[in-house]
Design a protein around this ligand. Structure first.
Ligand SMILES: [Zn+2]
Length: 136
């Protein structure tokens, strides 16, 4: 008999034991036939971001969603919304939500077409809020 995989419903993530190591909740067996969604292709996202002047860093545990940090990397980097749209379109997906984050970041939740974990793309601002170090 196949044993159902355990999941934490609070963290929405797979777990190996009866108690979630992260939040302490009791885990529950996944519903019959449950399969974890695939991670979206990080290399493809990096390539899409590079096309419009951004570099991508992976941040977080990769278990619930794919947490990414996008940093403007070239002088001709597009604006944050154009980056979000370029990545969503390039994956055949869509932007589901955009929220404001500390220090001028904006984060987009992107769902790629197919059975994939969501992408949480946090985009750093292009313009510094304070005067930056520019040499002596
Ligand atoms: Zn948990």
């Amino acid at each position: 008999m196949r044993v159902a995989p355990l999941r934490c419903s609070v963290c929405n993530a797979p777990r190996k034991t009866g108690q979630c190591f992260k939040c302490g909740s009791q885990t529950t067996p996944a519903v019959d036939g449950w399969e974890e969604p695939e991670l979206p292709p990080i290399d493809r996202i990096r390539q899409l971001a590079k096309e419009v002047g951004y570099a991508i860093g992976v941040h977080g545990s990769l278990e619930r969603d794919l947490d990414l940090i996008a940093a403007p990397w070239t002088d001709d980097a597009v604006g944050n919304y154009a980056l979000m749209e370029h990545i969503a379109a390039g994956l055949g997906g869509k932007i589901e939500e955009i929220s404001r984050k500390p220090m001028g970041r904006y984060a987009a939740t992107i769902q790629m077409d197919g059975y994939y974990k969501q992408i949480d793309l946090s985009v750093c601002p292009c313009e510094p809020k304070e005067k930056m170090y520019e040499g002596d």
